[in-house]
Design a protein around this ligand. Sequence first.
Ligand SMILES: [Zn+2]
Length: 300
Amino acid sequence: MSKKIKKLKYVNKYGVSRSIPAEVKQIVRRRCGFGCVICGLAIYHYEHFDPVFENLKVKHEPNGITLLCPNHHQNKTSGRLSVETVKKFNAKPKALELGKVNDLFDLDVKSPTVKIGNFTFKDTPVLIQFEYEPIIKLELSEEEEQPHLLSATLRDTNGDIVLEIDKNEWKSSTMNWDCKVEGPRIVIRSAPKKVELIIRTEPPSNLVFEKISMLYKGIFMVCSENMAFNFSLPNGMTFSVESGEIEGGEVGLHLSSLGVAVGGVMLEYLTDEMKPMKIKPGKSKLNKLSFTNTTDSDKV
Ligand SMILES: [Zn+2]
């Protein structure tokens, strides 16, 4: 079986495989600022320009590879864009000049479903808020034909913004350690082996946050598709939900130093100060919810 795959793998006349090792790709991405060196688009191909792949004799060298969007890649391949011009842009990548790369999520339905770890949100204007500041929100459209639009400010475990979504357009800073767009996924790392955020699109109706780990306003949130949603709050309380569904209402998950509200429903650890908060409740279903409070042992 493996021999068969080997035979099918494309190699050039010197026997060098078309497939570029992951570590070489990572060096190229970081050098180019995670986008096409000519226009800065976050969707790209890895292009051998010095030498071209056909003349590559030994192995893939990061310095001879650059990033080109499908449009500029096509121009290069069909001879409308010269190697000299590609070299010029490679030396001064557009994304680094812009300081960000961006692209649009295809969420072209009236009401997208947003899955964060094992939590599903539908038609909820504020999906998650930290101390009354929305982290992920949907702008619900009044118009029948117009889709709701998603916006978010996502941070890493250091509290630094790693990705912003502005009305379905995502933007990643070139200051990130790595931002890899491959197939339907965006993967952001803050260090070589530290994945902070993975977003997968399932166009046109779903957006899946496969992994988030972020710290902001003293609130730590971590979740992935394979684990429970875990939070720790500034008051020492931790909160974990294996999975859940929230539909409608005004605020999906409200997290603050005073407590937690889910789907507009106050949970037991809320203090009296939180109770006057009027949130229109939606429908919510939570599985295996648990709390611990290191500062208040009677409530455990
Ligand atoms: Zn381009």
